[in-house]
Design a protein around this ligand. Structure first.
Ligand code: ADP
Ligand code: MG
Length: 326
């Protein structure tokens, strides 16, 4: 059973960044307004997420580590809906199977919180303790019992970047949530609650603000909004490219080409346009790959959306005089 747990864990948890993603998504699901992520050694030895969300009762906490103990699946349709996060009751048991995990949680209405300590799926301790409202989860020594996985991890530099990438994708769809990032005991990023534009600026740096051009288009196929970076910015080296659908990050090479097509007259072939583009569509019109680590999504109306996106970006570039008039 513990071997089965470890194998299943490998599906969901591939590296420290996967733990970070699952824990933060749980905190968001719990309605947290402030989330603190703390990592040491690129997450190898220590990952901690503290939230001020709704917390769990002692029973809920224990249940959360039973496989498929999710509170989320209500219908088979939910499996295809991007409105719920995470991988449906797999994350916590999977993390517990391959690490030393300590969780403290308290609901507002409870006087005491509870503490649960699990090591390689084995419950070591559960007791009532004083605790702040919300949940604090500490994951130590990821893959301590799966040497093959541990060996598969990349350099600290790479694992750290993977963590930051997940963090960035999440904070960019939750500007109304405050985030704190602590690395090896030092606070490296603090993002107070704000609006979307300012959240991008918080991440990319102050002088990004004047580089951002808003896009906003509502159609029968859904809403497309967000920001593109002025073409001059493509020349300055550091650009980011993000697509999100229904508040989840996706990769979309086809839509990427719609954006580059719109930018084409304005930038050189080796330059990359920066963009933060958000789609809101009916979940029934997208097909999500069920695997939790995949970020590919198929849209029902892909060709029409390609066209709308391309024209929207082009018009915004023109409207803000980014396109020189002849
Ligand atoms: P899922 O998120 O798919 O339901 P998880 O294994 O990630 O599965 O979590 C299991 C359950 O534990 C969640 O459904 C939720 O009820 C509870 N839970 C996990 N993390 C938190 C948290 N930070 N705050 C409150 N409840 C949580
Ligand atoms: Mg989850």
């Amino acid at each position: 059973d513990s071997i089965a747990n470890q194998i299943a864990a490998g599906e969901v948890i591939q590296r420290p960044a996967s733990v970070v993603k699952e824990l933060i998504e749980n905190s968001l699901d719990a309605g947290a307004t402030h989330i603190i992520l703390s990592v040491k050694d690129a997450g190898r030895t220590f990952i901690q997420v503290i939230d001020n969300g709704k917390g769990m009762s002692a029973t809920d906490l224990r249940m959360a580590f039973e496989r498929h103990a999710t509170s989320k699946i209500r219908s088979a349709d939910d499996l295809f809906s991007l409105t719920t996060m995470g991988f449906r009751g797999e994350a916590l048991p999977s993390i517990a199977a391959i690490s030393h995990i300590e969780v403290k949680s308290r609901r507002e209405e409870d006087e005491l919180g509870s503490l649960l300590v699990i090591s390689g799926s084995k419950v070591e301790k559960q007791e009532m303790v004083a605790a702040a409202t919300g949940t604090s989860i500490t994951v130590k020594n990821i893959f301590f019992n799966v040497p093959a996985r541990r060996k598969f991890l990349k350099s600290n530099e790479t694992e750290r970047r993977n963590i930051f990438t997940e963090f960035e994708r999440i904070v960019l769809v939750n500007p109304d949530v405050e985030f704190t990032l602590i690395e090896n005991g030092v606070e490296t990023l603090h993002l107070p609650k704000t609006g979307l534009r300012q959240r991008i600026v918080q991440i990319e740096g102050k002088n990004t603000n004047q580089q951002l051009i808003e896009i906003n288009e509502e159609t029968t196929l859904g809403k497309i909004y967000g920001y593109i970076a002025r073409p001059e910015f493509a020349r300055k080296g550091k650009v980011n490219q993000f697509f999100f659908v229904n508040n989840r990050y996706i990769r979309h090479p086809y839509f990427h080409r719609a954006v580059t097509t719109a930018f084409e007259p304005l930038i050189a072939a080796n330059e990359k346009p920066g963009y933060y583009i958000y789609f809101q569509v009916d979940p029934d019109t997208i097909d999500v790959n069920i695997h939790p680590t995949k970020t590919e999504v198929k849209f029902e109306n892909e060709q029409a959306l390609w066209q709308i996106l391309m024209v929207t970006v082009k018009e915004s570039l023109g409207k803000f005089n980014a396109i020189p008039t002849i």
